[in-house]
Design a protein around this ligand. Structure first.
Ligand code: SIN
Ligand code: FE
Length: 336
């Protein structure tokens, strides 16, 4: 049975193995982009990359068969040999491109950490180059966020409810408020033999219409921006670190937890299962595309924060959708 995603244009379903995997109906394949040559028709590069931005902003997942950037096989083989230490301490290995810092490596051999660092740096640079060409309209606006390597088997991980990746959710970062900025992520499955298995459902817009009120949008909208709050002013005065959460950030964090806590939603929302095969690369706005990862091991991911001003269709952004529902602004301009 093919489930229908309420707020997406109908896509052709060509491939329905097991009666439940709907890959070709659940992603939009980009087949005219080549790692070495770029867009198949250079004269249409601008139009193609604008089209890609539109697809993402509609809530589609862009899918590339194979790795559309340089990722040496020796590097992939090295990563496949890595395991994490205490997975309760680190959900994955992360790389912070702006500081060129690696976190979560637990190997006791310094040369392995050094190599892991070099591989993550190269991965991050390559994905930036890829998106600069594929999503050109965003390139001068985005803020480069963290990259990660996910070496754990996702099936059966022992994580607390709010950290579980196998429950449908939209992303929100507790320590890095975006103040309306969009969370764009590019993933590659480097597992040579097994797919990475996702689940998705109706997009944020539909979920917000159904659940935002119950999740507390009104109260959060009224509570306003934490930036000028008494507590934050006090913290700043004594030199403590302040997280500048706008009402939008507070709501998105709440909504992430609300969806994971909502058993009725998890059980009964229409589900689309997607298998990303070995070496697939895909990207989507994970604040707009609800997702859960059910199984899979060895994926890499690079995150970008894209300001709403860079969107080709800003009105489709979660912040605009929520502001319409709440009837008031959810992000206050920060004074410089
Ligand atoms: C997530 O962002 O929830 C995890 C997705 C993945 O690792 O495939
Ligand atoms: Fe997520």
């Amino acid at each position: 049975m093919s489930a229908k995603i309420a707020d997406l244009p109908e896509l052709k379903t060509q491939n329905n193995h097991n009666g439940k995997i709907e890959n070709d109906g659940a992603w939009v394949r980009v087949a005219d982009y080549d790692r070495m040559k770029g867009w198949g028709d250079p004269a249409r590069a601008e139009a193609r990359s604008r089209w890609c931005c539109e697809q993402l902003e509609e809530g589609q997942i862009l899918y590339f068969e194979g790795i559309p950037y340089d990722f040496p096989q020796a590097d992939r083989e090295f990563l496949l040999q890595q395991r994490q230490g205490d997975s309760r301490l680190h959900k994955n290995i992360s790389y912070r491109p702006r500081q060129d810092k690696l976190r979560g490596s637990v190997t006791d051999k310094p040369e392995d950490t050094e190599r892991l660092h070099r591989i993550m740096r190269h991965f991050s640079e390559e994905v930036v180059n890829l998106l600069t060409r594929v999503l050109a309209p965003y390139a001068e606006y985005w803020a480069l966020d963290y990259a990660s390597f996910r070496p754990e088997e996702e099936n059966g991980r022992d994580l607390s409810l709010h950290k579980r990746n196998d429950l449908l959710h939209v992303d929100a970062f507790p320590t890095r408020p975006t103040r309306g900025g969009r969370i764009l992520r590019c993933f590659t499955n480097i597992n040579p033999t097994r797919s990475r298995n996702w689940l998705t459902t109706d997009r944020f817009t539909t979920l917000a219409q159904k659940f935002a009120k119950d999740a507390g949008l009104e109260e959060i909208a009224q509570s306003g921006d934490a930036n000028g709050s008494f507590l934050n002013t006090l913290k700043r005065a004594v030199g403590l670190k302040v997280v500048n959460r706008s009402a939008y950030d507070k709501f998105m964090l709440r909504f992430h937890d609300y969806l994971k806590e909502n058993r009725e939603f998890q059980a009964n929302t229409p589900k689309i299962y997607i298998d990303f095969p070995p070496m697939a690369t895909w990207m989507c706005y994970t604040d707009l595309v609800p997702h859960a990862v059910l199984s899979g091991q060895f994926a890499l991911e690079q995150t970008f924060i894209v300001p709403v001003q860079a969107m080709v269709m800003p009105e489709k952004s979660p912040v605009r959708v929520l502001e319409k529902l709440a009837g008031r602004p959810l992000v206050r301009e920060l004074a410089n």
